[in-house]
Design a protein around this ligand. Structure first.
Ligand code: ADP
Ligand code: MG
Length: 322
């Protein structure tokens, strides 16, 4: 149902960066070790994501573009212990309903398939030779939803939003080699060797990475680890704070504040630290099924977790520990 897909697209696909996020998350869920992201004109002209993951069987390719069809959840119970990034089966049909999508994919030891869909209509499906993995190309985003198109900001702003998402996905998946280019110019390349500090270096630059301190701590419910900047390394935006829960990048106001509070009076007004905070917890303590974009989560025992974060950071940047 193309209309239902377009309505869902309004929630899932706000802007080019949301397309990038959904496509890269799919590539991550497919157990890729290499993911290349290419965009043109802030993603408005073209977004391409190439992965070397599991690929899609020929017989499942059309199904992947059907609403609420996901290969990732089998039972209702699975909803309460989600480990994959996707699970709603909304992204591909939503994107394909508001753009032109070409997908080339091959599963292990299988012949490849290519499919072209525009505005929710399949234009072409054929065999295509390729190695295992998936390439998905999204062009002409929002061609049939002019209101959405009008609402977008400048190409520069959209590119910055994409960059931001790619950075966070790279930070949350240090064992995947990412490359990201815009109009042919490489903006990021990570090694994929599992080293968070090297990934931070690739993203924020060696000099900034040198001013970030490793920390780790835990209580009965939570394990936290990551890197926080020396109080002297700050920015005027909270964009340099990334929070990952069980490998998933999330947004959470309280936890972001807990990081900032860890600095106490060491931060000047309006200045924010760099931080990459990885939290691991029992999936039962987190509800990711709050919003279609899956970025906002509910956490049980949030105050306890906030306290642990605040104290760990305060301790790590205390003068006697530097
Ligand atoms: P979800 O990720 O919530 O399952 P999507 O609409 O994002 O839903 O994707 C639909 C299905 O298409 C996925 O469940 C998966 O089986 C398949 N798929 C999408 N992208 C890829 C990819 N890059 N590699 C392998 N399979 C993919
Ligand atoms: Mg998905």
């Amino acid at each position: 149902d193309i209309l239902a897909d377009q309505i869902a697209a309004g929630e899932v696909v706000e802007r080019p960066a949301s397309v990038v996020k959904e496509l890269v998350e799919n590539a991550i869920d497919a157990n890729s070790s290499q993911i290349d992201i290419l965009v043109e004109e802030g993603g408005l002209a073209k977004i391409q994501v190439i992965d070397n993951g599991e690929g899609i069987e020929d017989s499942d390719v059309e199904l992947a573009f059907k609403r609420h069809s996901t290969s990732k959840i089998l039972t209702k119970k699975d909803l309460f212990k989600i480990r994959t990034l996707g699970f709603r089966g909304e992204a591909l049909p939503s994107i394909a309903s508001v753009a032109e999508v070409e997908l080339e994919t091959a599963a292990k030891n299988a012949a490849g398939t290519a499919i072209k869909i525009k505005g929710g209509q399949i234009l072409e499906k054929k065999m295509a030779a390729r190695s295992q993995g998936t390439t998905i190309t999204v062009a002409d985003l929002f061609f049939n939803t002019p209101a959405r198109l009008k609402y977008l900001k400048s190409i520069q702003t959209e590119l910055a939003a994409i960059s931001d998402i790619v950075n966070r996905l790279a930070l949350s998946n240090t064992n995947i080699a990412f490359s990201f280019s815009s109009n042919g110019k490489t903006l990021l390349q990570t090694a994929g060797n599992g080293n968070l500090q090297q990934t931070i270096s690739a993203i924020y630059g060696v000099n900034n990475a040198r001013k970030m301190l490793a920390f780790t701590n835990e209580d009965l419910d939570f394990k936290i680890s990551g890197f926080v900047s020396l109080p002297e390394l700050t920015r005027a935006s909270k964009n340099y704070i990334s929070i990952l829960i069980n490998g998933r990048y999330i947004k959470n106001y309280q936890l972001t504040n807990a990081i900032i509070k860890g600095y106490g009076s060491k931060l000047m007004v309006g200045r924010y630290p760099f931080a990459v905070l990885a939290i691991s917890l029992d999936p039962l303590l987190i509800d990711v099924n709050v919003h279609p974009t899956k970025q906002e989560v509910r956490i049980s025992k949030e105050e306890q977790l906030g306290g642990l974060i605040r104290e760990s950071i305060a301790q790590r940047i205390a003068p006697e520990n530097l």
